[in-house]
Write a protein that binds this ligand. Sequence first.
Ligand SMILES: [Zn+2]
Length: 381
Amino acid sequence: MQKKKLCLLLAMFAGTVNAADFESPLILPSEISHKAIASQWVVGHYQNIEQANKVWDHYKVDIHLLPATVTYFDYPYATIEEVSDEVEQMVASGSTINNTLTTFASQISHTTKGHAQSPMGDDDLILMNKVPLVLSEDTVINKRYQFVYAHEVGHTFGAKHTQENTVGSTEELFKNGYGTKQCNVEGTTSLMSGFTSYNSAIGLPFINGQAGCDQGTADVVKLLNHTAVKKENITPLTGVQTLVASTREDINAQQFEVTLTRSKDIDNAQPATVYVATKVKGDKTAALAPKNVEFAAGSKTAVVTLPFDQVYPLFDNADTKQGTYLVAVTEDEVIPTSVNLLDYNTQWPKNNNGGEGSGGSLSLFWMMMMSLAVYSRRKLV
Ligand SMILES: [Zn+2]
């Protein structure tokens, strides 16, 4: 009895209870709508959100991110600078974006991996809400850049790279909301430092002001919790996370069968899109082209099938410990979290002897690659 009470209390204090929900719509260029890279973007966006939420949960940051609509706009799939310019013109011409977490896509970048605007004080929050994020393709195809999105989200809530960057801040919390390149005696970089070489025993980047990252006066968590409350009141939610995908492995037909259930606009016929992707090393195939499926008028459900011979190459190519995920969306509904197809798989790999697929023989190689990666630092903005 006593034990039960304690668990209940612990659950109450376990972080996400007071977190404010924020949605992150994805806006992709029309020119990629039929290409496999669109699947990598949609699935990758879900993964970015999941990774960011892990960071916020771990450090008791009161932010909880949710995926939202996926929309195609007419803008070029170009460099991050070109897309950022394009977005700036959209904002200047009075586009209706009212959420800083609206994410635009740009090509692979060898320099900056993400762009976001950062408020200097509470006064900036409403104005800044019109300016969306831009991410480079690296953030959805390369595991190494899986926290770039979290970093950019940190900017939109007021966090800066360095103490110098906070000089124009109008409030004390904003003055202390900065990252450091060396955030502990081991010299580890922090999430907001502007470097991607995070190296943490817990698999998450350190964050200034919290255990493991205690050099200087910076306290990013305090700032984020402050702005989360302020932004919650000015950022409307759409509640589009109502689509349901239920998956089963159909061994007879040699395919995965995914039943989508919608809850809006059931009287009308409506298209849905299904995206399947994983993360790979090198030039291997990492995604299927988006698959379209139609809800018939009056029907709550629609079924999409994914033949094993289309999905297994992704299982084969997937990076070590990387799932192969499915995301389904309609114009006004999305699934709340991605589906890992491996969770429904019993038939792959055919010669299931723990060799290929589990990455056994590769792991030493990748461990060496990863330790090299720690020494080659890349800058972000
Ligand atoms: Zn940055």
